[in-house]
Design a protein around this ligand. Structure first.
Ligand SMILES: [Zn+2]
Length: 262
């Protein structure tokens, strides 16, 4: 698989899990040059193909002249890659269940196995601290840098009234964390609702977070998840290709001028 094909699968997987809808994007630092990254042109994640993937420098300028529209928020990716040499993939999403935690003082906390990384800390980015425009979009390198600074060394950060940014040493890790951040937020809301005011929810403690995270790394836990999700995404792409091919064949049959040619 090429990096572009891997990135297409990442877009599809995030869309299939409701982490991105018509908006949101995922990037991958290139193996050949750590100062370059791949990101789709501005379009809905579920429609991205390998032909839609563009290459950018870390100032988030496209490497080649392109006519395509670009994501306004591409600076999120470039500025995080600049600041985090350990990170090779970045997801920006408007994942619905994380939004309430970005607009309240209730912190996201680790409460189940696959969401243990939440215990490494998920800070909230307050855009008002960095601009006066009233727009919530990360549309400048300045705002991208501010978001990267808030993220610091953590696996994810919430963006108040907007969404989240999630990072990983690999594309797999950034995607897995994005899916489980959404699930973790949903489960925490459910647990808090069941517990009611003043009741107690038992979260993972620091030792459990550390032990769970290191076991997940040593056991290669995410490989099984990743392989499953990639297989489903590939099947979906193959189905779309077949449907397109069938559609083309049918239109050729239905076109009398084509019949004359034959
Ligand atoms: Zn956004």
């Amino acid at each position: 698989m090429s990096e572009r094909e891997d990135l297409v699968l990442a877009y599809r997987i995030l869309a299939a899990h409701g982490v991105v809808d018509a908006y949101g994007h995922v990037s991958l630092r290139t193996a050949k040059d750590p100062n370059r990254y791949l990101l789709a042109r501005a379009m809905a994640p579920e429609l991205v193909t390998a032909d839609d993937i563009l290459e950018f420098d870390l100032d988030s300028n496209p490497v080649k002249d392109v006519k395509a529209a670009l994501y306004l928020e591409r600076y999120i990716h470039g500025e995080i890659f600049k600041r985090r040499a350990d990170i090779n993939a970045v997801v920006h999403n408007h994942s619905p269940s994380v939004i309430p935690f970005g607009v309240t003082t209730v912190p996201l906390r680790p409460l189940f196995n696959t969401g243990a990384f939440v215990g490494e800390g998920v800070p909230t980015f307050e855009i008002r601290d960095f601009q006066d425009s009233g727009d919530l979009i990360i549309k400048t390198p300045h705002l991208g840098h501010a978001l990267a600074t808030t993220l610091g060394a953590r696996p994810a950060a919430l963006m108040r009234g907007h969404g989240a940014v999630v990072v990983g040493e690999s594309l797999m890790l950034a995607v897995v964390r994005s899916v489980y951040l959404e699930l973790s937020a949903r489960l925490q809301m459910q647990a808090m609702l069941i517990a009611g005011p003043g009741d107690h929810v038992v979260y993972l403690d620091e030792r459990e977070v550390a032990a769970t995270s290191s076991r997940q790394v040593s056991a290669g836990t995410w490989k099984r998840t990743w392989d499953l999700w990639c297989a489903k995404a590939r099947a979906q792409i193959a189905m779309e290709r077949n449907a397109k091919r069938r559609g083309r064949n049918e239109s050729v049959k239905a076109d009398p001028s084509r019949e004359e040619d034959v």
